[in-house]
Design a protein around this ligand. Structure first.
Ligand SMILES: Nc1ncnc2c1ncn2[C@@H]1O[C@H](COP(=O)(O)OP(=O)(O)OP(=O)(O)O)[C@@H](O)[C@H]1O
Length: 359
C-alpha cells in the first residue's frame, strides 16, 4: 500500500501547459478523487504518475520512492502501479482468466486460485473466468479490468473514469463493488472523474483540478460545505449565489439576515446557499414568502424554482423531498437551514481574507 506524492509537477503537450506546478499527496490506503472538467488534465495527471508520460519538471514518489524526478526515471512496469482505463481495455481474444493474469510473470499465469480470489474480490462469480469480454456486461468488464490491475498486487491503483461508459444503475453498483474491492485489498487509489456525485460518494478526499492547478483538496464534506470560492462551490453542485452585505458573523441578502460560516468583515459579499438548505412550508411560516414557478421531479427529491415575494427580482432553487410538493403558482414560506457561506465579491472567501488580514 503506497502513498503517492507529487510536488512541483508541470506537464503538457507541445506548447500547451496542462499541469502547472501541481502538488498532491494521497496517503497510504486512502482514495482520492480528482474532479475536473473535460480537458482539465485529469488523464495527463494519471499518465504522469503511471510513467506513460514524462512531466517537464517536478517529482513523483510512489511508496516513498521517487519514480520521476531530476535524473530519475522508473519505467511504468516497475512502479507498482495498476491502471484501469475508461473503457476497461480488456484484450478481446483472451478469456477473463487470461486477461486477469496477463500482467503476471509467466509461471504465475496458470494460478487459477489467484484468478478466483480476484474475481471474488471484485464481486464476480467463478463461472465468468472462462468467458470472453464480449460475453460480459459493461459493469462486469470494468470489474475484470480492476481484477487485472490488482493481480500483481500494486500499492497504487489509478482509475481513469472507469464508470463513465456505464448506464446509471450499473454505474452505482459497479462503483460500490469497485470501492469494496479497493478497501478489501487496502490499495491506495486515485480516481479521476468529471462527475461530482461520483467524486463525493466514492473517495476519502476530493481534489478539484481547474486551469492546471488543484483549487482545493479536502474531505467530500469539507469541499462541498466549505468551498474556497464560488467557482469551486458551483463545480461541486448547485449553488444559489446572492449579493449581500456582511457584518460580523451575519450577512444581509434577499433572504434576510443570515448567520455566516467563518469570520466576516463588513463589506459587499457573494452569499452562497445550497438548494437543500432551503426548506418550504405554508405561506407566512418561513423567513419570507415566494411564488412557485416550476417543479422538476426526480422521484427521491425535486427542485422547486421560486420567485421571492417582496424582494428585488430573485429566483431561487430549493431542493426538497419528493413526498409532498407544491404546485406552480402556489405561495410558500421559505426557511434557511444552517449557516451560509460568504465570499469576498469576485475573490477569495471572506473568512480567508480575514485570516490573511490578521496574519
Ligand atoms: N496526446 C496529446 N497531444 C496533444 N494534446 C493533448 C494530448 N492529450 C491530451 N491533450 C490535451 O491536453 C489537455 C488535457 O487533456 P486530458 O486528456 O489530460 O484532460 P481530461 O481532464 O482527462 O479530459 P477528459 O475528461 O475529456 O478525458 C487537453 O487540452 C487535451 O486536448
Amino acid at each position: 500500500m503506497s502513498e503517492v506524492r507529487l510536488s512541483g509537477v508541470t506537464a503538457g503537450h507541445g506548447t500547451e501547459t496542462v499541469l502547472d506546478d501541481v502538488a498532491l499527496t494521497v496517503h497510504e490506503g486512502r482514495t482520492t478523487a480528482v474532479l475536473g472538467a473535460s480537458g482539465s488534465g485529469k488523464t495527463t495527471l494519471l499518465r504522469v504518475i503511471a510513467g506513460f508520460m514524462r512531466p517537464w519538471s517536478g517529482t513523483v514518489a510512489v511508496g516513498g520512492r521517487t519514480v520521476t524526478g531530476p535524473g530519475v526515471w522508473v519505467p511504468p512496469e516497475r512502479r507498482g502501479v495498476g491502471y484501469v482505463r475508461q473503457d476497461g481495455g480488456l484484450f478481446p481474444h483472451l478469456s477473463v482468466a487470461g486477461n486477469i493474469t496477463f500482467g503476471l510473470p509467466r509461471p504465475r499465469r496458470r494460478h487459477r486460485e489467484r484468478v478466483l480470489e480476484l474475481l471474488d474480490v471484485v464481486g464476480l462469480p467463478a463461472a465468468v473466468a472462462d468467458r470472453f469480454p464480449h460475453q460480459l456486461s459493461g459493469g462486469q468488464q470494468q470489474r475484470v479490468a480492476l481484477a487485472r490491475a490488482l493481480a500483481p498486487r500494486p500499492g497504487l491503483v489509478l482509475l481513469d473514469e472507469p464508470f463513465s461508459s456505464l448506464d446509471t444503475g450499473l454505474r452505482a453498483s459497479t462503483r460500490e463493488a469497485i470501492g469494496r474491492a479497493l478497501r478489501a485489498t487496502g490499495a491506495t487509489a486515485l480516481l479521476v472523474t468529471h462527475d461530482q456525485d461520483e467524486a463525493l460518494s466514492f473517495a476519502d478526499e476530493v481534489a478539484i483540478l481547474a486551469r492546471g492547478r488543484f483549487r482545493q483538496v479536502g474531505s467530500p464534506d469539507a469541499v462541498y460545505r466549505d468551498p474556497v470560492d464560488v467557482a469551486v462551490a458551483e463545480f461541486l453542485g448547485e449553488a444559489v449565489v446572492l449579493a449581500g452585505t456582511a457584518d460580523g458573523d451575519r450577512v444581509t441578502c434577499s433572504l434576510g439576515v443570515l448567520p455566516v460560516q467563518g469570520a466576516v468583515p463588513g463589506g459587499e459579499v457573494d452569499v452562497m446557499v445550497r438548494p437543500e438548505q432551503l426548506s418550504l412550508g405554508p405561506a407566512g411560516s418561513g423567513r419570507l414568502d415566494a411564488l412557485v414557478r416550476g417543479v422538476t421531479y426526480f422521484g427521491h427529491d425535486a427542485v422547486v424554482e421560486l420567485d421571492l415575494v417582496d424582494a428585488a427580482a430573485h429566483t431561487l432553487r430549493a431542493r426538497v423531498l419528493g413526498v409532498t410538493l407544491p404546485a406552480p403558482g402556489d405561495r410558500v414560506g421559505v426557511s434557511v437551514t444552517g449557516p451560509v457561506r460568504a465570499f469576498a465579491r469576485g475573490g477569495h472567501p471572506v473568512s480567508e481574507r480575514v485570516a490573511a488580514a490578521a496574519s
